[in-house]
Design a protein around this ligand. Sequence first.
Ligand SMILES: NC(=O)c1ccc[n+]([C@@H]2O[C@H](COP(=O)([O-])OP(=O)(O)OC[C@H]3O[C@@H](n4cnc5c(N)ncnc54)[C@H](OP(=O)(O)O)[C@@H]3O)[C@@H](O)[C@H]2O)c1
Length: 291
Amino acid sequence: MKIIVIGKSGQLAWELNQLSSSEHQIICLGRDNIDISDVSSANKILLQHQAEAVVNASAYTAVDKAESDVKKAYAINAKAVGTLALSCKMLSVPFVHISTDFVFHGDKGAPYLPDDDKRPLGVYGASKAEGERLITKCYPENSAIIRTSWAYSTHGNNFVKTMLNLMDSKPGLRIISDQIGSPTYAKGLAEACISGIENELNGIHHFTDSGVASWFDFAIAIQNLGLELGLLDKKIPIKPISTSEYPTPAKRPHYSVLDKSSLVKALPDISLIHWQEQLRNMMTTLKSEQP
Ligand SMILES: NC(=O)c1ccc[n+]([C@@H]2O[C@H](COP(=O)([O-])OP(=O)(O)OC[C@H]3O[C@@H](n4cnc5c(N)ncnc54)[C@H](OP(=O)(O)O)[C@@H]3O)[C@@H](O)[C@H]2O)c1
């Protein structure tokens, strides 16, 4: 099967590209290759590549910047997503799109179900929610939306790599301990996207690694593994702080754990792995890639 991935330089696109095999040819297209703001141009490129399925791994992901860059965030996370869904509909190919835990408010106090009310706190979440709405309106019959959270990979910018750099260069860190979610290795998310295509996944679902953590818990685990694997050579003090002690332009949900049961039911070949095990897998790969 020929699977076209929109987005080339991002974490998820990179992990999807690693899954190219004799069974599935995966072609990643960046903004130089396809203009996702224009239906006829997107159609032309998808036809040229003989797309048999499309995964949208592109997004405006700068959560804080989005607060002052509203037009661009909506252009990429909503309008272009609607364009891609329409293009997939015209070509009759399945469309898999990735969304976020940030569509939720964070005050539920229990894992969010796919159909729970969307009440985003910021522009990024609101623009992603609008992207979801456009897909559901335009192409419900052959599309899947997979929401995820706290994604990281050996490739690209993410919390794990930022922490390792800061732990190497700073005398101490203060990390938020009152935001709870689930870290997710993008490698597992990429596998879920491919399985979604193979199993004709439809509708809205959630995929994250299993278990829950605060950013503080996540940072402590990164430090411990970093020391064990030789990615760090010294331990620094890490202090838990509250969200109010670290103000950011965008508000973030305090609790955004996602209920994954619908996806687990729909994709029998996908098993959820605990975030601590996946963190070890990612950091072991990171270590092996060091010169
Ligand atoms: N990272 C997380 O913690 C997280 C959490 C929840 C959900 N998600 C969702 O998961 C998906 C994948 O995230 P990620 O972490 O892999 O994102 P990422 O590393 O930030 O990559 C996003 C990609 O989108 C591309 N892009 C942006 N605008 C584009 C445009 N107009 N045309 C084509 N490509 C464009 C970027 O290209 P350039 O590099 O050229 O700018 C980049 O390759 C996204 O939908 C995101 O919203 C991520």
